[in-house]
Design a protein around this ligand. Structure first.
Ligand SMILES: [Zn+2]
Length: 360
């Protein structure tokens, strides 16, 4: 099965840090933007706060993945993360989708702090944070959200001649310190809301109950392949979203040690004027930052501008060493940066019995 999965055409844009923590493409974009914005910029604090929220969400996703990778005695399970599909001219997104031969499970994850009061009768979730217990924050009802996604996915499957694939949906609460309470309809809350450590038990229960009536079997590989082929990545233009001009972005090679801009070019290496750190390949992260902010191809003139190199031949030599794919004619050629982003990725997540397909 794993051989089949490796054949899937997957755009892997997540980066993993040294601990194996997976960052979403959006977190990578926000990271790159914040690193390259002057701290006194009017949008700096907003982006810093948005990055914090994204980090927390990604952390929740990673913790869910950890528990799912612990699923044992499961055969042929594929977990598809972050699929975005088109249904009747609108896209819908699914955080986590588990595909088994006899059923699927759709999971909407919430990584929220404080006390979470589920109120399905009024289609809301009220969050009370420890910092201000008098402030009630109203959020979308995740039970309603996941039920809507479930219906959309069922319709999408039917449109692709996959009718009758049974499924379940849950809301996964990933923050261990959050307090979960039901403000209304506790039976419904109990049925749909599950904390990450209990997730595997819930799945094993469903598996145990499903075994005797395995009349129709579906192929998780086939369905994950169908989803991957129809996945529509969001491709957020982050500069446009925050209304920030290209010239407001700071250029130069960021120091891998202290994160400051910009390192100085010495023959065959980079040197940080602040912490004296030296690096041979610090320009790679800068080119990756560029791809997250401006797009996946770059001209040699742009390479000189963003890396602060005034010698076009030296820039060309540096790019040639990276073996980037060249696009266009000699006069107008650009270099594709996708392979750099992919090289930074560690192998796809894998449990002993479970395969992950990461879309973003
Ligand atoms: Zn430094």
């Amino acid at each position: 099965m794993s051989k089949y999965v490796t054949k899937l055409k997957i755009e892997r844009c997540e980066k993993l840090d040294k601990q194996g923590y997976r960052r979403s493409k959006m977190q990578c974009k926000l990271d790159a933007l914040l690193r390259r914005l002057p701290p006194q910029h009017e949008k700096y604090l907003q982006i810093e706060s948005d990055l914090g929220k994204r980090r927390s969400g990604d952390f929740g996703e990673n913790s869910i993945d950890y528990y799912l990778s612990q699923l044992s005695e499961v055969q042929d399970c594929i977990i598809v993360k972050g699929a975005r599909l088109l249904l009747n001219k609108h896209h819908f997104q699914m955080d986590t989708l588990l595909l088994f031969p006899s059923f699927f499970i759709l999971l909407e994850t919430k990584h929220l702090t404080g006390t979470l009061l589920f109120d399905p009768d009024y289609q809301q979730l009220i969050q009370i944070k420890k910092e201000d217990i008098n402030l009630e924050i109203s959020r979308h009802d995740p039970i309603l959200q996941v039920k809507m996604q479930y219906n959309q996915f069922k319709r999408w499957l039917a449109n692709h001649n996959k009718e009758g694939y049974p499924g379940f949906c849950f809301v996964g609460v990933t923050n261990q310190n959050a307090i979960v309470k039901a403000l209304s309809n506790p039976t419904l809350v109990q049925e749909f809301v599950v904390r990450s450590p209990a997730l595997t038990f819930k799945i094993n229960d469903i598996l145990a109950n499903q075994q005797p009536k395995r009349s129709t079997r579906f192929s998780p590989q086939e369905i994950s392949f169908l989803i991957t082929n129809h996945h529509a990545p969001r491709n957020v233009n982050i500069l446009k979203d925050y209304n920030i001009g290209a010239l407001e972005i700071l250029t130069g090679v960021a120091c891998p040690n202290c994160n400051k801009l910009a390192m100085e070019k010495l023959p065959r290496k980079w040197s940080c004027p602040f912490c004296k750190h030296q690096s041979k390949d610090a320009h790679i992260s800068t080119l990756i930052d560029y791809s997250f902010l401006f797009g996946t191809s770059i001209s040699i003139r742009e390479v000189c501008r963003v890396l602060h190199i005034n010698n076009i031949r030296s820039a060309r030599r540096m790019i040639n060493e990276l073996s980037l794919k060249r696009i266009g004619t000699t006069y107008n050629s650009r270099y594709c940066l996708k392979s750099l982003v992919e090289q930074q990725n560690a192998p796809r997540l894998k449990g002993a019995f479970v395969n992950f397909v990461l879309l973003d």
